[in-house]
Design a protein around this ligand. Structure first.
Ligand code: SAM
Ligand code: DTB
Ligand code: SF4
Length: 352
């Protein structure tokens, strides 16, 4: 039996079934999640990704959680698109400190045509270092998705954020359907999908179930499922949102693990606000990926050395990323193109 035909991998989850999982006694839920996790993964390995904000702030969208929206005064300094060589320097540093995936995020509604050569050069450059690549640039049309896939982008991150019902409370400048369309374009182009959401935005348990049902009933589960705990930022509409019960956060991770057994579930934003016991419980619930490095996009994340100490205390090792030889050759060939990219980006930024 191959992994995709495994009886635990289902695409027909109903809201009622998922709500019933959320309502299990905590220990029963954790036991199920652990059982599923151990059938598909080494439970003592966690994938580590580092984030880099390649274009910061001044975003036209109105996402109520986001410090980068131009609509809210969060005191964030806007920064234009980072030069390709700077991105590559950051990626080298991330690799040196142990990351295997480099995720580049831009505060855009969607990339403009003029941006595409720069972002595709970033992908090629970062890949040539032997890192997995991920980008999150907002909405993509089919052509843009194909361009990124052709450049070698491994993952595209585009979150659904919450349930379809609660979505309108959080974002009005793009629809749920827009998001699903981008995800379909990413799949069609052959990239891996990174898609999850945020909890602690005032949603109900039914909304957390609704988000997970959306993800788990996709024809292919997202390979990576980030579960973000809202980072409350002064100036955003959600700055004073009440804290979510930490056990409800852990339940969300556990249910995601049960619904999408083969996916990496990421204990994503919000770790700076969690103690180590809570993070350990998230790993126990089936989380097996983190963002690693002092900064998320604009807000703080635990220090890398603290994470490594935590891993050591828990007997966790970072998951290795094996690249195949033919890929390595192709990637080495890209190094030559890099100098060109660096020059391009110098002129692009100098012209702005
Ligand atoms: N602008 C692009 C977009 O939204 O499609 C990409 C970058 S955006 C910052 C990526 C994701 O970060 C959002 O979809 C959201 O899930 C997450 N995020 C942003 N602000 C957050 C916050 N304050 N707390 C938790 N997650 C957050
Ligand atoms: C995701 O799901 N979480 C990341 C990543 N994808 C791009 C972003 C978290 C951002 C937290 C707020 C900030 O640092 O600006
Ligand atoms: Fe813009 Fe993305 Fe922030 Fe929404 S989440 S305001 S699209 S940067």
């Amino acid at each position: 039996m191959n992994a995709t035909s495994h009886p635990l991998i289902r695409h027909d989850w109903t809201r009622a079934e998922v709500k019933a999982l959320f309502e299990l006694p905590f220990s029963d839920l954790m036991y199920q999640a652990q059982t599923v996790h151990r059938s598909f993964f080494n439970p003592n390995e966690v994938q580590v990704s580092t984030l880099c904000s390649i274009k910061t702030g001044a975003c036209p969208e109105d996402c109520a959680y986001c410090p980068q929206s131009a609509r809210y005064d969060t005191g964030l300094e806007r920064e234009k698109l980072m030069a390709v060589e700077k991105v590559i320097e950051e990626a080298k540093a991330a690799k040196a400190s142990g990351a295997t995936r480099f995720c580049m995020g831009a505060a855009w509604r969607s990339p403009k045509g003029k941006d595409m050569p720069y972002v595709t050069n970033m992908v090629k450059g970062v890949k040539s270092l032997g890192l997995e690549t991920c980008m999150t640039l907002g909405m993509l049309n089919e052509d843009q998705a194909q361009e990124l896939a052709n450049a070698g982008l491994d993952y595209y991150n585009h979150n659904l954020d919450t349930s379809p019902e609660y979505y309108g409370e959080i974002i009005t400048t793009r629809t749920y359907q827009d998001r699903l369309q981008t995800l379909a374009n990413v799949r069609k182009a052959g990239m891996k999908v990174c898609c999850g959401g945020i909890v602690g935005m005032g949603e109900e348990e039914g909304d957390r179930a609704g988000l997970l049902v959306q993800l788990a009933t996709m024809p292919e589960h997202p390979e990576s499922v980030p579960v973000n705990m809202l980072v409350k930022v002064e100036g955003t509409p959600l700055a004073d949102q009440a804290d979510l019960d930490p056990f409800d956060f852990i339940r969300t991770i556990a249910v995601a693990r049960i619904l999408m057994p083969k996916s990496h579930v990421r204990l994503s934003a919000g770790r700076e606000q969690m103690n180590e016991q809570m993070q350990a419980m998230a790993f126990l619930a089936g989380a097996n990926s983190i963002f690693y490095g002092e900064k998320l996009l604009t807000t703080p994340n635990p220090e890398a050395s603290k994470d490594m100490q935590l891993f050591k205390r828990l007997g966790i090792t970072p998951e290795a990323y094996e690249i195949h030889e033919d890929e390595a050759e192709q990637e080495a060939a890209v190094v030559n193109q890099l100098q060109e990219a660096q020059l391009d980006s110098f002129f692009y930024n100098a012209a702005k």
